[in-house]
Design a protein around this ligand. Sequence first.
Ligand SMILES: Nc1ncnc2c1ncn2[C@@H]1O[C@H](COP(=O)(O)OP(=O)(O)OP(=O)(O)O)[C@@H](O)[C@H]1O
Ligand SMILES: Nc1ncnc2c1ncn2[C@@H]1O[C@H](COP(=O)(O)OP(=O)(O)OP(=O)(O)O)[C@@H](O)[C@H]1O
Ligand SMILES: [Mg+2]
Ligand SMILES: [Mg+2]
Lengths: 165, 165, 157, 157
Amino acid sequence: IYIKRIEIEGFKTFGKKVVLNLEPGYISVTGLNGSGKSNIFDAILFALGESSLKTLRATNLKGLLFDGGVSGARSSKAVVSIQFDNTSREIPVDSDTVTFTRELRENGESVFKINNKHVSKQMVLNLTQLCLISPEAFNVVLQGMINRIAELRPDERRRLLESLV
Amino acid sequence: IYIKRIEIEGFKTFGKKVVLNLEPGYISVTGLNGSGKSNIFDAILFALGESSLKTLRATNLKGLLFDGGVSGARSSKAVVSIQFDNTSREIPVDSDTVTFTRELRENGESVFKINNKHVSKQMVLNLTQLCLISPEAFNVVLQGMINRIAELRPDERRRLLESLV
Amino acid sequence: KRNVFMEAFEKIDRNLRAIFKELTDGDAWLEVEKPDDIFQGGIYLMVRFPGKKPKESLMLSGGEKTITTVAFILAMQSAFKSPFYLLDEIDAHLDAINLERLINILYDRSKESQIILITLKDVTLSKADKIFGVYQREGYANVVEYTPGIKVKEAQQ
Amino acid sequence: KRNVFMEAFEKIDRNLRAIFKELTDGDAWLEVEKPDDIFQGGIYLMVRFPGKKPKESLMLSGGEKTITTVAFILAMQSAFKSPFYLLDEIDAHLDAINLERLINILYDRSKESQIILITLKDVTLSKADKIFGVYQREGYANVVEYTPGIKVKEAQQ
Ligand SMILES: Nc1ncnc2c1ncn2[C@@H]1O[C@H](COP(=O)(O)OP(=O)(O)OP(=O)(O)O)[C@@H](O)[C@H]1O
Ligand SMILES: Nc1ncnc2c1ncn2[C@@H]1O[C@H](COP(=O)(O)OP(=O)(O)OP(=O)(O)O)[C@@H](O)[C@H]1O
Ligand SMILES: [Mg+2]
Ligand SMILES: [Mg+2]
């Protein structure tokens, strides 16, 4: 499994649709301060079911919709799709790619889809946890958080291991 | 006023005495990870009366004494002196330089001196606050803390201004 | 008390606008939450980076927060002049453009107050009047003085 | 439950020792606080950097903590294999030596799991199989693909 494609539209600074086609291996993202690099990671977590506003760095759900910047109109919905390569069938879905999509409307409602079929949020969380692609796992280090793991208290570290076993 | 001289001995990684002669203006400090750069800032705060172990990054007072590393013997006391240029007499002491010294013994007791005369800790705190050389003021940004001021809640920011007025 | 507070507030706000403009070409200012009852409310730090809508400082990117914090600290200087600044790797998350602008303004300010910067970046080292290198030898930390102009790699033993 | 836990613990501990040795020539290991009653105690992450006494990971410098955290994350990989890693400017506080070593080990690991690194440093960009540049134009964020080998300054518009 690896992330094959990311599509973002109407989410944070991505007022217009952007598409990233990825490969397995080592991928690097760079750009000026405030250009939208960390927002891409927020978009990935968002599509995989992340619900904490603190993690997504927003004061409310509406704050995830593109605010129009200086030029455009505010987006009325945010849509993020993450397509995984699944030729190894590690994700228990019978297709070569599995696409997780989340749509957020102005009323704060989220719609989740897997391979374009409506599913519940719980279904997304179960599936991502099963294949360790859930944001909860220790594989995501958000900006400024790198020292947190070294600073965990011993009991917190035990609980982290316990939760993964 | 400016910091003219820093002397550190027996404090954290500074098992042997080191002396830094500074000038006014823009001073830069560099070195490998773990070499002891941030420990120099901890030493300055220590001498100016800082008592929070969290700010000094130690679990207990004894943890501020040089632990012997791989080669040497553990230090039985830590002594840090900060000499300020006072030709402008902004510090209400009648001498061209004012030296704040703090000695920490193994029993956890601290001895404070100003220009080599024993003084109380309170005297040091009063004097440093008066001339805005106290660690409480916003002029010290410890490693990793740079974003804290931008992330202050509005009421915290008001309290900060209130405390300084 | 309110008058003394507002006097300091106005000074800081005026300075913040000027410094932030110099740093980014954008705008930053302070807003009182409850003008009728100042001490019951907070103070907002509002920021508008070029090409973006105005926002509270909380909603910025890592690098944008660094720039905003330094602008605020320097603005406070106008009301509460501190004789020295200790800044530990504040340049870690800045892009090349913001870094250059930040170091230039800190260099200017170092004429009024002593500024001591811990850094791992050449640009930050390049402006220094004096450079100290810290290194570890046989378990002890040592400090050596370098002549200005040295690069980080040469100073890191 | 205890057996399953200890099996994972042993695997991670073994891996941690190997990875940390490769990264720093020092030693790192996990210690159980209460061996007789594991779930009532914690787990210590102990670290010994070359030329220093062993310490708990809490007492390290900024750069030392970064190295220790990455070693721990990669060690966990042996017990809980994750298909991808998202690492946002984890290289910000590293000196040139630690940076080089860290990027080399991440490059090796990227053969097993996809690793996406946000960075402002050339060394981190230099090993990439694919590079994306994010830039702001007329208020919108855009993404462009670069061929590997480009420098950060060229990619920052
Ligand atoms: N809903 C939104 N609409 C428009 N812009 C937004 C929205 N939410 C956040 N932003 C903007 O996104 C920007 C932050 O982007 P991001 O954190 O991805 O930057 P970055 O590229 O990671 O920068 P740095 O290098 O400083 O870390 C901020 O300027 C913020 O104001
Ligand atoms: N009492 C002590 N005796 C000996 N060493 C100590 C003591 N207290 C802390 N240390 C060591 O000091 C080192 C940290 O130094 P410091 O934080 O100043 O590094 P630094 O140069 O700022 O590094 P970085 O670039 O990673 O931020 C750690 O390795 C820590 O173990
Ligand atoms: Mg970022
Ligand atoms: Mg440091």
